[in-house]
Design a protein around this ligand. Structure first.
Ligand code: T4K
Length: 394
């Protein structure tokens, strides 16, 4: 173990920066044949053979028909467009900006509802309170890979008479009561961004059992074009490149092992970090399986002895990158201030004020994990001196 934290003059835990994620892309030989084929025949986009194969594989894994897109942001826009009428979309403020941006870009109003204080996912009671005559959909977010309280939200959506949708950008591979993410609402959106557990570079998908809705997404991602050359709607260009689909197919081959490794690392981190006073973990209810997309904790300054920001700074000196996903929450962002006035978002504020994400990736070694957590434990042990040093610098 290090003698003292780097912020107090000790040697940093890592000689080089440990990033918040370390994308695990397939080795060249796994994608080479596909890349060669595409580069030779020139069919590199416009929903060609590899995109279609990727869709079929995803549908088999999620048990739900799937349309892939250029990214999840466009996938949310296309899914919402398929609602057919404009109005309010009820969603959490504790999410990445893309969830709300996609709604606003497609002409919907955003209506924020509070989160559950333990799972940090959309609270069914708060969602119910936010529903009104103009509500057209409820969109939960499986934040950090923990599925929402799907059945309770489905009851709320049923009473409101609107579809239940999920931003499942963090959650391919997660499950709720044994049901895989992808088929949990009337529509779910996946992300294959490089930073995701299922990262291919850029990519997204819409999963829905509604054939008409799926066709609307497929048409909408290709300018709204029909075979005759007519545009039946003003569509987008939201097509995935064949190269990303080739990577996606390769990732899928070993995804089960990747997820198992990630869950083991997530469990080890929860076990050790969760023992520290003043640290609260995201609750993963017994009926849900998380992907551990992020390892996020809440830091209680009084009980831990340092604020979230002080801890982040001390970890930076150890060459460990931490991130404040999702702070500020959306209702505190300039472009959503108007929406903030309408809602009681006290739990969102509480969580966003204290949340800190630590590096987690499937190929993190046990030695790396131990070094990172040991550095955190040292910082906690020397918290009084760490705080004094940080306040000298201010
Ligand atoms: N809904 C939710 C709930 C989401 O979290 C997101 C995206 C979306 C929807 C929209 O999905 P997409 O439209 O992107 O498919 C990142 C990602 O860009 C974003 O996809 C993600 N959520 C969000 C939570 O995080 P940044 O600005 O934090 O990323 P950045 O560039 O700072 O990268 C973080 C770290 O990852 C870097 O320190 C280095 C590493 N990295 C990053 C990239 C891009 C790599 O090692 N390789 C890479 O290619 O937003």
């Amino acid at each position: 173990m290090q003698e003292r934290p780097a912020i107090l003059g000790g040697k940093p835990a890592f000689p080089e920066l440990m990033d918040i994620v370390r994308p695990e892309l397939p080795p060249l030989e796994k994608v080479e044949a596909g890349f060669r084929e595409v580069l030779a025949n020139g069919k590199i986009t416009n929903n060609s053979r590899f995109v279609r194969a990727f869709e079929l594989e995803l549908a088999a894994r999620t048990g739900t028909p799937t349309a892939v897109t250029a990214n999840a942001t466009l996938a949310i826009m296309l899914l919402l467009k398929g609602l057919g009428r404009r109005g309010d979309v009820v969603m959490p403020s504790f999410t990445f900006a893309a969830t709300a941006h996609a709604a606003r870009w497609s002409g919907f109003s955003v209506r924020f509802a509070d989160i559950d204080p333990e799972t940090w996912t959309l609270s069914p009671a708060a969602a119910e309170g936010a529903c009104g005559p103009d509500t057209v959909a409820i969109m939960g977010v499986h934040v950090f890979g923990v599925p929402c309280d799907v059945d309770a939200l489905a009851d709320v959506a049923g009473r409101a008479g609107v579809p239940l949708l999920f931003d499942a950008a963090h959650a391919f591979g997660a499950a709720y009561r044994g049901r895989p993410v992808g088929g949990l609402g009337q529509g779910e959106v996946l992300s294959f961004h490089a930073t995701k557990l299922f990262g291919v570079g850029e990519g997204g998908a819409v999963c829905t059992r509604d054939p008409g809705w799926l066709e609307a997404v497929r048409g909408g991602r290709n300018f709204g074009l029909e075979g005759s050359g007519d545009c039946v709607e003003a569509g987008l260009n939201a097509k995935m490149s064949e190269l990303f689909a080739i990577i996606g197919l390769s990732v899928l081959e070993t995804f089960t092992e990747r997820l198992a490794k990630r869950r083991r690392i997530g469990a080890l981190l929860r076990e050790r970090v969760g023992k520290l006073p003043g640290i609260t973990l995201q609750r993963i209810p017994d009926d849900r399986e998380s992907t551990h997309q992020n390892f996020a904790v809440l830091v209680d300054p009084a009980a831990f002895g340092l604020t979230r920001d002080e801890l982040s700074e001390a970890m930076k000196a150890e060459n460990v990158m931490t991130r404040k996903y999702f702070h500020p929450p959306l209702h505190d962002m300039t472009c959503y201030r108007a929406e903030a006035a309408e809602a009681d978002l006290a739990e969102t504020d509480q969580v966003a004020e204290r949340v800190l994400c630590f590096p987690i990736f499937s190929n993190m070694t046990d030695a790396e994990l131990d070094t990172m957590v040991s550095a955190l434990e040292r910082i906690h042990a020397d918290r009084t001196a760490v705080r004094a040093r940080l306040s000298e610098g201010r």
